[in-house]
Design a protein around this ligand. Structure first.
Ligand SMILES: Nc1ncnc2c1ncn2[C@@H]1O[C@H](COP(=O)(O)OP(=O)(O)O)[C@@H](O)[C@H]1O
Ligand SMILES: [Mg+2]
Length: 230
């Protein structure tokens, strides 16, 4: 692999949270380094509270580390202003969380269109692409429904469509199937692998599904503030 194939590089990330008065701070990330390659699926496993979500938020620029840097190519996230960072995220990263985070007052179709409209894509083009994605994910017949009218599996499929709307280089998925039954878990995880094959998108997946972790290109475990190969 050449360096060109690395889309994200995190170097020596640390993060602590203050704990009770006079107690030592809670060290969540204690020098985490990570590289994400183009078109690769990386799974992160680890017990609850081990710092997986904290790391994912830092990699995606939703939170900042106490020390260490996150580079996307030559770009250091720490050097970006809030609005630049928001624009960067919108163009380059698709987030999928355990809970769908769809906007309740909008339909499935409108939710999927949103990232493209924010990026300045015209309405008709956004609409066409969103409909194609909803078709692709098997929820086109639910496009006029609001999130509360959808099942958990449908909500996550709509969330995935929204996440890939702007053709991101990376999907950051934080236990996207944590709330789903076995069948829907399989559908969502298969979709992630298909997206990688179709669009060469990279995926960083936090998961408890051991089988899926084993199917990925790299499996890492968060333990005692460190990320280690499994
Ligand atoms: N904003 C916060 N303030 C204080 N403690 C936090 C905060 N966010 C997370 N933590 C703590 O940091 C640890 C790691 O949390 P998290 O990254 O969510 O773990 P995981 O995703 O692996 O379950 C947990 O002990 C959690 O309680
Ligand atoms: Mg978590």
């Amino acid at each position: 692999m050449t360096d060109n194939s690395i889309i994200l590089r995190a170097q020596d990330i640390t993060k602590s949270y203050a704990s009770e008065k006079n107690a030592d701070p809670l060290v969540v990330l204690d020098g985490v380094s990570l590289e994400i390659q183009h078109s690769q699926i990386t799974s992160i496993v680890g017990s609850s509270g081990s710092g997986k979500s904290t790391l994912l938020h830092i990699l995606g620029g939703l939170d900042s580390p106490d020390s260490g840097n996150v580079f996307w190519g030559e770009k250091n996230l720490a050097k970006m202003h809030t609005d630049q960072l928001a624009e960067f995220r919108n163009k380059n990263i698709g987030f999928v969380f355990q809970f769908h985070h769809l906007l309740p007052e909008f339909t499935a179709l409108e939710n999927v269109c949103m990232p493209a409209l924010i990026a300045g894509t015209d309405m008709e083009e956004a609409n066409d692409r969103a409909v194609r994605l909803l078709q692709r994910f098997g929820v086109e017949n639910r496009k006029s429904h609001r999130p509360t009218q959808l099942s958990g599996g449908e909500q996550q499929r709509v969330s995935m469509a929204r996440a890939v709307m702007n053709n991101p280089a990376l999907i950051l998925a934080d236990e996207p199937t944590g709330n789903l039954d076995e069948r829907n878990t399989e559908i969502i995880l298969d979709l992630l692998f298909e997206l990688r094959d179709e669009y060469q998108v990279s995926v960083l997946l936090i998961t408890h599904e051991e089988d899926i972790a084993k199917r990925s290109d790299t499996i890492l475990e968060m333990k005692k503030g460190k990320l280690q190969a499994l």
